[in-house]
Design a protein around this ligand. Sequence first.
Ligand SMILES: Cc1cc2nc3c(=O)[nH]c(=O)nc-3n(C[C@H](O)[C@H](O)[C@H](O)COP(=O)(O)O)c2cc1C
Length: 204
Amino acid sequence: MPVELNEDLPVEALNDRSGLLELLETRRSASAKALTGPGPDAAELERLLKIAARVPDHGKLTPWRFIVFEGESRDRAGDVLVRRYHELHPGHGEETLAQQRQMFSRAPCVVAVVSSPVADHPKIPEWEQLMSAGAVCQNLVIAATAMGYGAQWITGWYAFDTQVLAAFGLDAGERIAGYIYIGTPTEMQGDRPRPVPASITTRF
Ligand SMILES: Cc1cc2nc3c(=O)[nH]c(=O)nc-3n(C[C@H](O)[C@H](O)[C@H](O)COP(=O)(O)O)c2cc1C
């Protein structure tokens, strides 16, 4: 089934916060590399996390949790990445190490959404619990955008490396569903083409 793509929206039409449907129709991620302060304050972040946790969750298992990186904890997280990167790639240059060090400092606030599924649940398959964590990520992106911030859901090597994850306090059965970078965009990204629904939809 060939996927047809819509034309991009003009930049000025993106992230229209005049209404919920308008925002969903025009939502565009920010670039994690182009986020600066301010980020959400304590009350705003609490509100964002409350919204993020309001997702479909079969069996009320809460199979996800958050780790917040703000302020100097972003530097400590960067140190974890540098140490591990150095172990994995001893031949890197200083410039690459510097990039790793500032990975969390690119935005004022980074929220790791940790997928924490209940193992061998008699009724709820793990698949459903993983998808619920994805819904948490997307809720957080939408809520942060609705609050006027820029947000991007990213992963990268440091979402998958078991030693990094252990340093961040994840247990063996837990995984990073995403790092949600939140802040003030220094530039608005242009749109990208989106699938035309008719080209990806059949009727049974
Ligand atoms: C699980 C997941 C992981 C992602 N990881 C990255 C990433 O590491 N780097 C990146 O540039 N985009 C990543 N993306 C894509 C961005 O979140 C985003 O979709 C993209 O920048 C397009 O923006 P849009 O939300 O406006 O479509 C990821 C998306 C998902 C769902």
